[in-house]
Design a protein around this ligand. Structure first.
Ligand code: C2E
Ligand code: CA
Ligand code: CA
Ligand code: CA
Length: 275
């Protein structure tokens, strides 16, 4: 039994090692990627559910490492948060998103994800103002997506920053709505411009009645509180049809388009012009 235990321990130990080694590797390589400027920003369109016109695009980080291949933001963003690298990455994302979007038609907004750590750094507001000024951007064209985790440990500073950004005319969206612990209470504390229904609720719509009921309820809530509402992760025609019927404002998902490079997105916009 002792040997068994030791073996199991050893096995556990070495798998921990592998996780820790991968993490360290990512951390080092990410710092390098930031200094070399090899991260990329992709864009995924959000369309108006009724007119099918593109109204917005969400900026999403992409990292294709020469040796390790593509590394998903789901893996490297948490590491960037822990190490503080998110501050310089986030600053670049903001500048790049504003720069790229300045060549789009003026009625198309750009949405940028903000991590909690980024939000708590004192330089955020001047950084946002600077990115907009550099690109002569109308504030209403910038949408900042925050998640419930930001508000979970919310301090007066967080709410103050949200209000300051809002006063500048920037739109604030609550991302992954419904996945946190007290989603509803946040709506009382700050007036968001937009709710993004998490994709887990959207995929539920096809499979059960309850899924549809929840989505219907969130859409009605958003309307009553005069917020716009977007559905993320829309993959099927059924979901789109149901969301239109329920009065969902904006649609994002593979059914419309996958995230794409800035160049591909410009082509996508032009193609939409003719048809
Ligand atoms: P998110 O903000 O919820 O972004 C939506 C994610 O859903 C993206 O994953 C997108 O590619 C994916 N998606 C879009 N449509 C569909 C669909 O129809 N089906 C499925 N299965 N997925 C769909 P991605 O690009 O891997 O990003 C993952 C997360 O990483 C994001 O989740 C966001 O939290 C974070 N992230 C990405 N870029 C940034 C960034 O620039 N800054 C920060 N702070 N976080 C970022
Ligand atoms: Ca998002
Ligand atoms: Ca989201
Ligand atoms: Ca999500």
């Amino acid at each position: 039994a002792k040997a068994d235990g030791r073996n199991r321990f050893r096995y556990f130990d070495s798998s921990l090692d592998a996780t820790a080694r991968r993490r360290n590797l990512i951390e080092q390589e990410l710092a390098l990627a930031v200094s070399l400027g090899t991260l990329e920003l992709y864009f995924q369109p959000l369309i108006d559910a009724q007119s099918h016109q593109v109204v917005c695009a969400e900026a999403l980080l992409r990292w294709n490492h020469t040796r390790l291949g593509p590394i998903s933001p789901g893996e490297f963003i948490p590491i960037a948060e822990e190490t503080g690298l998110i501050t310089s990455i986030g600053a670049w994302v903001l500048r790049e998103a504003c720069r790229v979007s300045s060549s789009w038609p003026d009625n198309i907004r750009v949405a940028v994800n903000l991590s909690s750590r980024q939000f708590l750094s004192p330089g955020l507001v001047p950084m946002v103002e600077n990115a907009m000024k550099t690109n002569a951007m109308r504030p209403g064209r910038l949408e900042l997506e925050v998640t419930e985790s930001l508000l979970m440990n919310s301090t007066p500073a967080v709410e103050q920053t949200l209000k300051t950004l809002s006063k500048l005319g920037i739109r604030i969206a609550l991302d992954d709505f419904g996945t946190g612990f007290s989603s509803l209470s946040y709506l009382r504390r700050f007036r968001f411009d937009k709710l993004k229904i998490d994709q887990s609720f959207i995929s539920d719509m096809d499979t059960n009645e309850d899924g549809r009921a929840i989505v219907e309820c969130v859409i009605r809530l958003a309307k009553d509180l005069r917020m716009s509402v977007a559905a993320e992760g829309v993959e099927t025609q059924n979901q789109l049809t149901a969301l239109r019927q329920l009065g969902c404002g904006e649609i994002q998902g593979y059914l419309v388009a996958r995230p794409m490079s800035a160049t591909a997105f410009a082509t996508f916009l032009n193609a939409g012009d003719d048809g």
